[in-house]
Structures are given as C-alpha cells and as structure tokens.
Design a protein around this ligand. Structure first.
Ligand code: AGP
Length: 635
C-alpha cells in the first residue's frame, strides 16, 4: 500500500523519482507527489489521481535538484485529494516526508504537536511525522545529545527520536532543506530497500523502482534507520547503534518489469505461466530421480526434523493466496493425509484456534508483505515463543518474494519463482503457489509414506506435462475467449461453479472478474447452488462451470443442468468433446484432458483470460483496478 522512492546523487532526481513511482504505481494510485531541494527550499509537486497527472504538472519544469523523495498513495487516512497527497511538510516547509504504512498513534501526536503550534494541512496520519521531526530538531539544536547518531547528523538524530515515538507499521523517507546532502530512511514493519550506485543511492518500497539503476540492494530490517549521502549509507538501529550491512545482488533485469509488447501487464503475466510452471519444476524436482536414490523426489530444502512430527496444518492467507491455500488443503489432506485448516489471515489473528501440538502454520502471500498474513504469523510465533516441545512455533512461508518481511519472519520459505508480478490481479503467482503446494504435498507424502512410489511417479509425470498443457490453452483459446468476452460487456452478475479441487478455482474466477471488470461475481461449490444461490439465476446470469472428469464429474454436470433449467447461459470449462458438451453447455471452452488433481493449473487459465478480456472490452484499467493495491500493507 503506497510506494515510496528516494534518490541522492548527482543527476536530476525528479525524472528518476517519477520513473521509480511508475514501477510502484501498483501499490496505490490515489495521488502522487515528489519533493526535491531547489534553491535552499523544499520544492513539492503533488497531484490527485494517477501518476500521469503528476507528470503533467512536472512537464516543462527544469529541476536539476540531485536529491528528492516521491510517493504514490493508496488512501487510508483522508480522502484521495491533493492536500492529502505526500510528501507532507512541517509548518515552516523545511522538512518533507513520504510514508508507507499507518501511524497508529497519530491522533495523540497530532494534538500534542498542534498544542506546540504546528499547523496541519492534511487529514493524514503521515503529516505528524515532519512536524514531530521539526520539534525534535529544535530540541536537539538547543541541547545536542552526545551519541553516535547525533554525531553523524542532527537530522538523523531527529528522525531517530521521532520514529521511536511512532506506533504502527511504517517506512519513511525524509529530506530537509537545512540538510541538503542527506536522505534519511527508516523502516518498521513496512518494506524499504536501499539501492547502491556509484556516488548515488536510491531507496524504494520495492526493487522494481530501482532495478533500472542498480542491482546492489540492501533491504532495511525492522527497527533500522539509515542515513544516505553521496559518500555512502550508514545504517543504525532505532537505539542509535551502528549496524554492519552488506548489500546483495539482485538476479533481475529491468526488462522483467516492462510490458514487452503486451497491452497490459496482466496479459503478459498470464502468458508467462507456462514458463513459471517450468521454472518451478526445474527448481523443485530432483533431476533424474529414481526411487533407489532413497531421497524425496522434491527438493524444497526442508529438513526431516522440521516436519517429521507434524500431525496437523493450518494455513493463513488473503485473497487469491487464500484460494491457492484451499487447493493446498485439498492436496495436503488427500495426498499427505494431514488434516489442514485454511483461515483468512485477518480472522485468524483475532480469533485464533487453540494452540495445537505438532502443528505447522503456513503463511501464503505472493508479496510477502500482506499485513494481515504477517500479523497472523507473528501472533502465533509470539504465543508459542517459550515452547520447545510439541507446542513450539513452526512457520513455513510460501511467497514470491523470499527477501520480503515474510521471508524474515518464518523458519522456512518456499520461493514460488514466478518473477515480479506487476498487474494488481494475481495470475502467475497464483499458479506458482499451486505448484508450491503440489511440491509440499508430494514431499510430505513421500516422507510420511502416504502415497505409493508409483503414485508419486505418476503425479510427477503429470506435473511435467503442465507447461505444454497451459501453453495449449493459451494458444487455442485466447482469441476465442476474446470474442466471447464481447457477449458479457454489459453483464451484471456471474456465477462460477466447481467442485472438489476446482471449487477454489471457481472462487478465483469470480475474484478475478470482480477485481478488474467490476462485475458482481460469486464462486460456489457446484453442489451448493441448489441451497440458495440458484434463486439468483435467470437468462441474464451466465454460469461458468468447471467440469473435469473425476469422482464428481457427473454430479457437476447435473448441477450445471439445474442452472440451465433456470435459463442461465452455461459456459463449460471441460475436456469433453464438442458433441458431449453440446448436450450440457451453451458455450464450450475446451481444456486438455488432465488428471483432476492437477487440473487447477489448467482450468484457471480460461478464467483469467475471460476476466481479462471482459475488463479490457469494458475499457477498464486492467493493471490498476479502482480501489485496489498490489501489496496490502495495512490491516
Ligand atoms: C489478487 O488478485 C488480489 N489482488 C488480492 O486478493 C491478493 O491476492 C491479496 O491481497 C493477497 O496478497 P498477497 O498474496 O500478496 O498476500
């Protein structure tokens, strides 16, 4: 939620900041702004709405300032108006701050600061920060403390003192017209990465903003504050103790964050899915595995002792990751015979199940920064912190960003290897999460001996077919689905049906459609329709049904018929041939014959394409749907 960037070096900052913000716009697009130091003054330009509005304001400005900060906002406190746009300044306009997160004690701080004469001009929680820093600076200048941070810089010390009074989750970047050669950043539970160049340094909420300039990065840890100058970067903790840090090298390139000829990032990411599945297979399958090797065919790097004694699994996640978790539950229960509960992370934290012995808690989050998911995991870790036996904390993360906050929090990570996803609607990261669950379930099944070696081998063979099968759906169906989307441009309600392992795919199909086309959609287990939702059906409500051969195939077809009898237009995602399908469905989206247990990787593709093309036909902003943000770092 919200993206922040900063630059200090020798080049003009504003262009670099703007480009950085463009790469972070997925984090929020209610307003944007940048602040630089020009002629000894803070020069702040802000605009309501998307980044293009800010760009228009900046066009024609000749601003050579080599230091600045920028922000793209997802509104939490205060309407998405220009006066609430970041950067925010202190009363004298000498300090500018951008923030990602929420300052929970902003009300008290605001009252205290107002009592000291600070003038507030916005409704935001963030505005307390520049005022607080300004007050700290006044006090420090009057009575300089004798400590390392004050020795390094009074601005650094003022920010350090200020962040120690802030409660909540935040990442900030601060500049001051009185300290024109430094940029101060701090992090507490919200991501912030520093990029290292030659005599120039960058900071950002996420690496895509800086990967065009440098691949040497240092993610700040919680409770760390850094002073960036043209000479280098000094990192301290909030107590003011210097931390020794070494940047690491990103294995990304700037092209990965471009559209590469696709109209939208979402479509590009849908098309990347065969490659993502291939990468997962190459990463996690032991090459040339044979049963005689006597080791698991899956190489997740998780040692036996980590999960040898578990007898139950809980999974916490949100949104699309929650749907992947439901598929995970199916696999873990059916293959590894482990009872598995899936909870919305936002519910788990405040109504946690009792502490269960021999439990594995899995957090699934593509961004690794979703506040609800992190909070749920932290809560469980905290309540088990003194336990050493069966009640001990045991956390596993499934994420596309192993370097994220989740990565630091959990004991073990499965990196889903999908590459950066820019479209707000998750597609390739979902498929990669499903792959992670296939691998985890197979690894557990092998170690727990809940599947025969033959069954494991058969499943691995099936997994190896998936990249080609996904490719064939993309090749054979995209054009057709694009045409089909035309029929639904004015549709107001959709129903998605699936059963068993494809029920979560029905939920995912409905979520994709809601998110990007703003059409009301509901996903249901097909057998549940008759218990209420069937009342919604008439000729205006299309019903998309996933029907894969398996134990419930006939039942799904009967459920679909029940909908057809109510005049609903039935769209089938199925490998049935045209003749058979014609008896059941009005419209057929054929998919290859895939074992039902592996089919979600294939059946989700038409769902993604359908929602994409309906939204594109409606002329909507597919990559940045209204009110949403890619990474939801507020609870
Ligand atoms: C997916 O299309 C959504 N944008 C959203 O539901 C998302 O899956 C959810 O916010 C969780 O994000 P995470 O995977 O980064 O935790």
């Amino acid at each position: 939620m919200c993206g922040i960037v900063g630059y200090i070096g020798t080049k003009a900052a504003s262009g670099i900041l703007l480009e950085g913000l463009r790469k972070l716009e997925y984090r929020g697009y209610d307003s944007a702004g940048i602040a630089t130091i020009l002629d000894d003054q803070i020069h702040c330009v802000r605009a309501k709405g998307k980044l293009n509005n800010l760009q228009e304001k900046l066009d024609g400005e000749d601003n050579p300032a080599p230091l600045g900060i920028g922000h793209t906002r997802w509104a939490t406190h205060g309407k998405p108006e220009e006066y609430n746009a970041h950067p925010h300044r202190d009363t004298e306009g000498r300090i500018a701050v951008v923030q990602n997160g929420i300052i929970e004690n902003y009300r008290e701080l605001r009252e205290q600061l107002k009592a000291k004469g600070c003038e507030f001009r916005s409704q935001t929680d963030t505005e307390t920060i520049p005022h607080l820093i300004s007050q700290k600076l006044i006090a420090i200048k009057a009575n300089p403390p004798n400590n390392k941070t004050a020795e390094a810089s009074l601005l650094l010390e003022a920010v350090r003192q200020a962040v120690n009074e802030l409660q909540g989750a935040f990442a900030i970047a601060v500049i001051s017209a009185d300290f024109p050669d430094e940029l101060i950043v701090a992090r507490q539970q919200a991501p912030l990465v520093i990029g290292f160049g030659q005599g120039e340094y960058y900071c950002a909420s996420d690496t895509p903003a800086i990967v065009a300039y440098t691949r040497a990065v240092l993610p700040l840890e919680n409770g760390e504050i850094a002073r960036m100058t043209r000479m280098g970067v000094e990192v301290y903790n909030f107590e003011g103790i210097r931390q020794r840090k070494t940047p690491r090298t990103l294995n990304w390139n700037p092209v990965m964050v471009e559209k590469q000829g696709f109209r939208h990032y979402m479509l590009k990411e849908i098309y990347e899915q065969p490659g993502v599945v291939r990468t997962c297979l190459e990463t996690y399958l032991v090459p040339d595995w044979t049963p005689e090797l006597g080791i698991s065919p899956i190489r997740l790097g998780i040692p036996d002792e980590f999960y040898a004694d578990i007898n139950q699994i809980q999974i916490v996640s949100c949104g699309t990751s929650w749907h992947a978790s439901l598929v995970g539950k199916y696999l873990l229960e059916q293959l590894a015979q482990l009872p598995t509960a899936v909870q919305y992370a936002s519910e788990f934290r405040y109504s946690p199940p009792p502490m269960i012995p021999n439990n594995l808690l899995i957090g699934v989050t593509q961004s690794g920064e979703t506040a609800d998911t992190l909070a749920a995991l932290e809560m469980d870790k905290k309540r088990r912190k003194d336990e050493t036996g069966p009640l001990r904390s045991r956390l596993l993360g499934i994420t596309n960003r192993a370097e994220s906050t989740l990565g630091e929090l959990v004991d073990r990570v499965i990196d889903t290897q999908a590459g950066i996803e820019i479209g707000v609607a998750a597609t390739k990261t979902f498929v990669a999460q499903l792959m992670a669950f296939y691998f985890l379930s197979l690894d557990l099944s092998y170690r727990r001996k809940t599947m025969t070696i033959e069954a494991i081998e058969k499943m691995i063979d099936g997994l190896r077919q998936l990249p080609a099968q996904v490719e064939s759906v993309l090749e054979s169906q995209e054009r057709y689905i694009e045409e089909l989307a035309h029929d639904f441009v004015d549709t107001q309600d959709f129903i998605f049906l699936g059963r068993g392992i494809n029920f979560p795919i029905a939920l995912e199909g409905a979520l994709k459609l809601k998110e990007i086309s703003y059409i009301h959609a509901e996903g249901y287990p097909a057998g549940e329709m008759k218990h209420g939702p069937i009342a919604l059906l008439d000729s205006k409500v299309p019903v998309v049904t996933i029907a894969m051969p398996g134990p419930v195939f006939e039942k799904v077809l009967s459920n679909a018929q029940e909908a057809r009898a109510r005049d609903a237009r039935l769209i089938g995602i199925t490998p049935m041939d045209e003749v058979e399908a014609a008896e059941t469905f009005d419209t057929l989206i054929p998919v290859p014959h895939v074992d039902e247990i592996l089919s979600p990787i294939v059946t989700v593709i038409p769902m993604q394409l359908l929602s994409y093309h309906i939204a594109a036909r409606r002329g909507l902003d597919v990559d940045q749907p209204r009110n949403l943000a890619k990474s939801v770092t507020v609870e």
